[in-house]
Design a protein around this ligand. Structure first.
Ligand SMILES: CCCCC/C=C\C/C=C\C/C=C\CCCCC(=O)SCCNC(=O)CCNC(=O)[C@H](O)C(C)(C)COP(=O)(O)OP(=O)(O)OC[C@H]1O[C@@H](n2cnc3c(N)ncnc32)[C@H](O)[C@@H]1OP(=O)(O)O
Ligand SMILES: Cc1cc2nc3c(=O)[nH]c(=O)nc-3n(C[C@H](O)[C@H](O)[C@H](O)COP(=O)(O)OP(=O)(O)OC[C@H]3O[C@@H](n4cnc5c(N)ncnc54)[C@H](O)[C@@H]3O)c2cc1C
Length: 664
């Protein structure tokens, strides 16, 4: 057997559930599934969207090709009259970071959230028709996480009724904004507002960067690319830029003025809208990043699972086939929790989208009451899901052995493109510290204020602090209430312990800094409560299809008990579990892996990923791995000739012992 075609055919026959129904459960609804499936096929069948050769292209060629793809996609959007939702799916399936990500996911949302009605009327139609192309220029060479520390200035000039945008130092150069180096005509620039010599906080300003006729930078603007980034292909399709402003004048009405206004006389007016709304675009994108995590993780898991069923090592008896590596318990204990995590992140992402939609509607009606919780949830879940996904993709590479390191496995480029998600839109540790602030506040108010939303479980603080887990057999772990309660108790105990230790410090900020590593762990525990509970809520809904709900229940227990096993130190140290109960959870986990095993291939088929999206020989739907790996090796341009450039010049003289006289 040269390929694994028959292996995957056999594997698919083992499925104990309705794969088509699981595809619908994964997509969220039949309508969402059909829409997504249609756009995936549209992209997969269009040769312009080919991406297999991307890692082999030089930067300039890569970038030009990316511009071509975007132009082709925009033409399709117009010709086929695609809706905004379809256009977003198109961008997802094209799977190439590009300036349009910033246009649609940051520039437009920033104007929607922070602009006045008049500003929205002027800028949104232009942006939605791509008559202006915008980016999001917040981070600087010297500051990214500390937004209040940004140095770019926007000084009001009452004479001309304009703001003067200026980069006073080298470190104030804008650094990283995607789409800016070569493409965007405009940017939302975050700068310190200065009125009559007084600083009035950081605000967003719409600044034109380039001439719309010939695309040259406007006077006073120095702009360029910040250089190659990690990995071949990967995020290098994006032109992340550096911008320097030398006293660039913009009209007063280009400050985004929903939160605060500057009058014609240069007076600062703070409206009732909280200043945190300036950070609203980041809340929106963090929510998108959570939804995106399950897509990236499911891709890596799909590749590793299919390949693990094709790959065989050891155990051949009487010349029969060797063992499929997916049958090794160690392979299962590394792979199946990632498979379960992909489903868990899918469902928590769905919930977070709902939460964001709710907050957005409230904000539009000037109800800001749920903003702190939305901020804590988006920041924390962004951190949890991206860290787990980045680690998970790397684990999938190792699960594929040596072949996982080949670019043609699809994993290296996926990893290189994905890992910056742990940093952009808020470094993951900085984000967890935001959750910590929210938790500390919640815990300190427990005596007189009922926690709500995702911290509502802390209302039962006394019970969660005092009662202990009652599990006596491995079987008793198969109870969602028991599992969720364990996570809630561990989280409450960790948060309360941090609160008690913080109270011993005279200066709370000093205490917060000193205990920050523990606070990050407590925040992670709280975020895990959210993911675990949202999975349970999903299971409480009606989920049609033979065996679908049962398999999702299995995956829920795999996800939760794997976390419990991984973090058993916390569960034991907080005193909620005994070592025996932790060990029973691990026993149950092994039983659960054997329930996943026959369904593993069908579970990854349910992601409905096309071969185009996976761009992986190891993860091919048909399992025809070895012939295609062999073919791809000889299709590599490096194999065009048997004698590579440099062989005659540098190797042959060595073989002939003539190196001393060779021209090097
Ligand atoms: C390859 C994978 C692709 C996945 C992508 C998928 C989809 C996305 C699609 C498109 C996007 C494409 C690419 C993305 C590119 C990335 C773009 C960027 O990175 S843009 C730059 C992002 N920058 C940051 O995230 C900076 C991080 N820093 C901050 O957010 C803040 O400064 C802070 C660290 C959170 C706060 O710092 P500080 O303590 O100084 O805070 P203050 O300003 O004083 O405010 C404190 C006060 O405000 C509350 N708060 C903070 N943030 C928010 C918020 N967002 N919303 C609501 N409230 C907020 C905070 O809790 C405090 O409250 P309180 O304690 O009550 O006073
Ligand atoms: C691919 C990519 C695309 C990007 N696109 C954009 C864009 O379009 N627009 C834009 O404006 N920006 C963009 N960025 C910038 C990005 O948002 C920042 O890099 C990010 O917010 C992190 O900030 P930083 O670089 O200042 O990290 P730093 O804050 O300098 O982090 C360095 C280290 O310090 C730690 N640290 C920092 N502060 C604290 C603290 N208070 N407590 C404990 N530890 C701390 C961090 O955990 C980290 O380990 C992009 C970045 C990347 C990688």
């Amino acid at each position: 057997m040269e390929g694994g075609v028959d292996y995957l055919i056999d594997e698919r026959k083992k499925a104990q559930f309705d794969v088509e129904a699981m595809k619908v459960a994964w997509a969220g609804s039949r309508q969402a599934f059909e829409l997504s499936d249609r756009i995936a096929k549209l992209v997969a069948n269009d040769p312009i969207f080919e991406k297999f050769s991307r890692p082999m292209l030089g930067r300039k060629e890569l970038f030009k090709n990316s511009l071509r793809k975007v132009a082709h996609a925009w033409k399709l959007i117009i010709d086929l009259r695609l809706s905004e939702e379809e256009a977003k799916l198109l961008r997802h399936y094209i799977d190439e970071p590009a300036y349009t990500d910033l246009q649609w996911e940051m520039f437009i949302p920033a104007i929607e959230g922070q602009g006045t009605e008049e500003q929205k009327r002027k800028w949104l139609p232009l942006a939605r028709k791509m008559q202006v192309i915008g980016s999001y220029a917040q981070t600087e060479l010297g500051h990214g996480s500390n937004v209040q520390g940004l140095e770019t200035t926007a000084t009001f000039d009452p004479q001309t009724d304009e703001f003067v945008i200026h980069s006073p130092t080298l470190t104030s150069s804008k650094w990283w904004p995607g789409g800016t180096a070569k493409v965007s005509t405009h940017a939302i620039v975050y700068a310190r507002l200065i009125l009559d010599g007084q600083f009035h906080g950081v605000h967003g300003f719409i600044v034109q960067l380039r001439n719309l006729e010939n695309h040259t930078p406007l006077p006073g603007i120095t702009v360029g690319d910040i250089g190659m980034k990690f990995g071949n292909g990967a995020y290098n399709t994006m032109d992340n830029g550096v911008i320097r402003f030398n006293h660039v004048h913009i009209p007063r009405n280009q400050m985004l003025m929903r939160v605060s206004q500057v009058t014609r006389e240069g007076k600062f007016v703070q409206s009732d809208v909280p200043r945190q709304l300036l950070y609203g675009t980041m809340v929106y994108v963090r929510q998108k990043i959570v939804a995106d995590a399950s897509k990236a993780l499911s891709r890596a898991v799909c590749i590793a699972t299919r390949y693990s069923a094709v790959r065989r090592q050891f155990g051949s008896r009487n010349g029969g086939p060797e063992i499929q590596v997916i049958d090794y318990k160690t392979q299962q204990s590394r792979l199946f929790p990632l498979l379960a995590s992909a489903y868990a992140f899918r469902f928590v992402g769905e919930w977070l989208k709902w939460l964001y939609t709710d907050v957005k509607q409230r904000l539009e009606a000037n109800d800001f009451s749920t903003l702190p919780e939305a901020h804590a949830c988006t920041a924390g879940l962004k951190s949890l899901t991206t860290s787990a996904t980045a680690d998970g993709i790397e684990e999938c590479r190792k699960l594929c052995g040596g072949h996982g390191y080949l670019v043609s496995s699809g994993i290296p480029e996926l990893f290189a493109t994905y890992v910056p998600a742990c940093t952009f839109e808020g470094d993951n540790v900085v984000m967890m510290l935001q959750v910590a602030r929210f938790l500390v506040k919640t815990v300190s108010e427990l005596g007189y204020k009922q926690p709500v939303g995702t911290t509502a479980y802390m209302r039962r603080v006394t019970a969660l602090m005092q009662s202990n887990c009652a599990v006596r057999t491995a079987e008793e772990w198969l109870n969602p209430g028991v599992v969720v309660e364990a996570f809630e108790a561990r989280s409450t105990r960790m948060a309360v312990a941090c609160g008690q230790r913080l109270a011993k410090f005279e200066n709370p900020e000093e205490g917060f800094a000193e205990l920050s590593a523990d606070l990050v762990e407590a925040s992670l525990a709280h975020c895990q409560v959210i993911v675990v509970s949202k999975f349970v809520e999903k299971l409480q809904q009606e989920i049609p299809g033979k065996g679908v709900k049962r398999l999702l229940e299995v995956l829920f227990y795999v996800y939760a008990l794997f976390l419990l096993h991984k973090h058993q130190g916390d569960f034991l140290a907080t005193g909620y579990l005994t070592p025996k109960q932790a060990s029973l959870a691990n026993d149950q986990l092994r039983i659960l892996y054997s329930k996943v095993r026959p369904n593993a291939i069908a579970l990854v088929d349910s992601f409905n990923h096309t071969d185009h999206l996976l761009s992986s020989i190891l993860g091919r739907y048909d399992g025809n791995v070895y012939p295609k790996l062999y073919e791809a090796a000889f299709n590599d341009p490096f194999n065009d000739s048997d004698i590579a450039d440099g062989i005659h010049q540098y190797v042959q003289p060595m073989l002939r012992q003539e190196l001393h006289s060779a021209k090097l």
